[in-house]
Design a protein around this ligand. Structure first.
Ligand SMILES: Nc1nc2c(ncn2[C@@H]2O[C@H](COP(=O)(O)OP(=O)(O)O)[C@@H](O)[C@H]2O)c(=O)[nH]1
Ligand SMILES: [Mg+2]
Length: 304
């Protein structure tokens, strides 16, 4: 028996790990920090992450397939329902769930809802207490104890996703929970997302960061042209930003086109880093009144 255990201990591990939690707790920031590269957009706004995003992390002992998810909250409307369903379905059929919470929060209603869902299954749940850079050390221990009483977590790991504090330890704990198995993706692959998708997301992130109130909720971005030129040194991109109202279009275009120019510059810098090429970016703004509740447009924008 000892021999068998040793063999398992040495075998390469591979498995799926979902990152779930309320909006804005830092799920996408954690994924980017783990990958050392930005594939998931982040912003201090709800609805930043709308789809399930796969991040691949390979070391010499394991390949961990992380699923970043939209925040779990009470859904209203079709897009919202789609997002919550994405997040909840990510809690099924994986090897481990990472539940992210914020250090300066006590256990909230949103987390109770998730824990009740998770309690019905048999998948181990690791609690990750994020943003420890925002609280004093003494506050952490009582918080950990309170959470430990609420649910039987496989582990409780405090981190700062932004600073990277505790993330290495978290990764090791995660790898230890994975089943033996061969890698499913090449070791240098970071995500299965097409570049076009990440580009559209980066444009949406810049909009989220520069607009307020209801504008971000109604924004969808579609890359219509993506063309490599000069042997890949230059990429020419045309993208359409869809909004639900004429007033939002005016905001995004700005006085004399000032806002759209600023957004274009913001996005171009980030896309150039992603593609490692010079980028020529053209943005257009169009009004599409009810895309948020239209099955056809949700499908077209990839929210299905
Ligand atoms: N201070 C601090 N802020 C963080 C940390 N992690 C994420 N954030 C911020 O929290 C906000 C939401 O992050 P995001 O990753 O988009 O959250 P998500 O909705 O859970 O994916 C962003 O403004 C992040 O910069 C952290 O460890 N410390
Ligand atoms: Mg996110």
């Amino acid at each position: 028996m000892t021999v068998e255990r040793e063999e398992v201990g040495q075998a390469f591990r591979c498995g799926f790990v979902s990152i779930v939690g309320r909006p804005n707790v830092g799920k996408s920031t954690l994924l980017n920090q783990i990958l050392g590269q930005k594939i998931a957009i982040t912003a201090n706004k709800p609805q930043t992450t709308r789809n399930r995003i796969l991040g691949i992390h390979t070391t010499n002992v394991a390949q961990t397939l992380f699923l970043d998810t939209p925040g779990i909250h009470k859904p209203s409307g079709k897009l919202n329902r789609y997002m919550v369903e994405q997040a909840l379905s990510a809690c099924r059929g994986v090897d481990l769930v990472l539940l992210l919470v914020e250090a300066h929060d006590s256990l909230g209603g949103g987390d109770d809802f998730i824990l009740d869902v998770l309690a019905q299954g048999s998948i181990p749940v690791m609690l990750v207490i994020n943003k420890i850079d925002q609280v004093e050390k003494e506050k952490l221990l009582p918080l950990i104890e309170a959470y430990a009483q609420r649910f039987s977590f496989a582990q409780i790991v405090p981190i700062s996703a932004r600073d990277g504090n505790g993330v290495q330890r978290l990764l090791q704990e995660v790898e230890r929970c994975l089943p033996a198995g061969q890698p499913l993706y090449p070791e240098d692959m970071v995500t299965d997302l097409p570049e076009r998708f990440i580009v559209a997301e980066m444009i949406r992130e810049k909009i989220l960061r520069r607009t307020q109130q209801e504008v971000p909720y109604g924004v969808a971005v579609q890359v219509e042209q993506f063309e490599e030129r000069s042997g890949g040194d230059l990429v020419s991109i045309q993208a359409v930003i869809y909004v639900t109202r004429e007033a939002h279009k005016r905001i995004l275009v700005g006085k004399g086109g000032s806002m759209i120019r600023q957004l274009g510059t913001d996005a171009r810098h980030e896309i150039e880093r992603l593609l490692d090429a010079k980028v020529y970016l053209e943005l257009f703004v169009k009004v599409k009144k009810n895309w948020i509740d239209s099955d056809r447009f949700l499908r077209e924008f990839g929210y299905e």
